[in-house]
Design a protein around this ligand. Structure first.
Ligand code: BTN
Length: 334
């Protein structure tokens, strides 16, 4: 363990109370000057370490640092059952989903259950239907959760809908906003898309069984309009316009991962009700873009409901009712 890590662990274990430089030096077996140097280095990494009036140091948990030990701390504090979760953090990566899929292709899948990959920025963030996902640093959080249930029962519709509910809960826990879910799993705040979720299955070709799921979640916390592509600007937005929103992104990432991994153990009817109640689309007129060939091509319809299977129930102009389990819908102005 490096001196910096030792100092960090010591400060972290004091739960936002001051620790004197002398105590830190003694505990780590180093000089006061070396303590000061390590504190400076931690501050440069983004850790919010205050100097207290009596000469001690206080580590503030709202520090804007995304590091696996910090994330793990937050995760276990809130979800003690997830002690075995593995957290991997990257400053930058092409795509956390691509990395997760690579891990799954090279390792025993069960061993990767509850692995969470987090990046501060992505160079090739992927969205649904081959789109890109804008992932600049410092303004958002991009993560993938690997889920490999022991009963090998992966129901894609359930995973997709439940993950959206989990992320919505965490957003509303931290920010004073009303988050809505746009079927299937985009999250909207103030009529703008602030979260995109890309769920990918890892299928065994021989058996046709989906053996693992990768749930990729991109959250625009304070991304500026100018950071989105011209195309994305039409729909994308951020949760807050405050650059210093005062919450550690490590904590947000930890709770998103924790909530996603826990929600699959909840009563499905309860979660589906939450999903239905959070619908951004109910009563709205939408354009339906089927993924699988549909003789209607793109058509317009009114959303009536979301049913127990998380299907979107729409009414067509000719009065007929359709249940959609896949595809994409856009609002008229999009
Ligand atoms: C969408 O809006 O179409 C889905 C966007 C999903 C983006 C997330 S960011 C983390 C993970 N890694 C990716 O490359 N994509 C997902």
């Amino acid at each position: 363990m490096t001196t910096k890590e030792k100092i960090f662990n010591k400060l972290n274990s004091h739960k936002e109370t001051a620790v004197s430089g002398e105590k830190l030096a003694e505990a780590c077996g180093i000089s006061r000057a070396a303590v000061w140097k390590a504190i400076q280095a931690l501050r440069e990494e983004g850790f919010n370490i205050e100097g207290s009036t009596n000469g001690g140091y206080i580590y503030r948990k709202n520090s804007d640092v995304v590091r696996s030990d910090v994330v793990k701390d937050f995760l276990v504090q809130k979800y003690p059952g997830l002690k075995k979760a593995v957290i991997k953090c990257f400053k930058t990566i092409d795509s956390t989903n691509t990395y997760a899929k690579k891990l799954l292709s090279e390792n025993e899948k069960r061993a990767l259950d509850k692995t969470v990959i987090i990046a501060e920025s992505q160079t090739a963030g992927r969205g649904r239907l081959g789109r890109t996902f804008c992932s600049p640093e410092k303004t958002g959080i991009y993560l993938s959760v690997i889920y490999v249930p022991s009963d090998r029962k992966i129901e894609p519709a359930k995973i997709t809908a439940f993950s959206a509910v989990a992320v919505k809960r965490v957003i509303e826990r931290f920010f004073d906003v009303d988050a809505k879910i746009k079927w299937i799993n985009d999250i909207y705040v103030n009529d703008k898309k602030v979260v995109g979720i890309l769920t990918e299955g890892f299928t065994n070709f021989e058996t046709g069984i989906i053996e693992a799921a990768v749930i990729g979640i991109g959250i625009n916390i304070c991304t500026k309009k100018s950071q989105f592509s011209k195309e994305a600007q039409k729909v994308a937005g951020s949760i807050t316009d405050k650059k210093d929103f005062g919450i550690s992104r490590s904590q947000i990432a930890a709770e998103v991962a924790g909530e996603v991994l826990s929600i699959f153990n909840e009563k499905p009817q309860k979660v589906i009700r939450e999903y239905q109640d959070s619908s951004f689309l109910k009563g709205k007129t939408v354009e339906v873009h089927p993924i699988i060939d549909d003789e209607n091509g793109v058509y317009s319809a009114t959303v009536i409901a979301i049913n127990e299977e998380a299907e979107l129930v729409v009414k067509l102009k000719n009065g007929s009712i359709k249940k959609l389990s896949s595809g994409e819908v856009t609002l008229h102005q999009e």
